[in-house]
Design a protein around this ligand. Structure first.
Ligand SMILES: [Zn+2]
Length: 77
């Protein structure tokens, strides 16, 4: 049942944070990344604060990005 388990590649994991940053444009995208990279922000709190501004992202996407378990891992681990 578990044979041929495939490791995810960077391309199929993608990165929701980066995708969102891209959609937000240069200024807001950069701000989003700085918030996400700021460890003093608890992921859930950041999610809520962003939602209040109409930006939707899940806490898992933030955690995944922080741990560089997303496509960004190859960029700056
Ligand atoms: Zn990422």
């Amino acid at each position: 049942m578990l044979e041929n388990l495939e490791k995810p590649t960077t391309t199929n994991i993608g990165c929701k944070v980066m995708k969102l940053a891209d959609q937000l444009g240069e200024k807001d995208g950069a701000l989003l990344l700085s918030y996400v990279d700021d460890d003093s922000w608890i992921a859930e709190h950041l999610v809520r604060a962003l939602a209040e501004r109409g930006v939707k992202i899940g806490p898992m996407a933030i955690r995944t990005h922080r741990k560089r378990q997303c496509a960004c891992r190859s960029l700056n681990a």
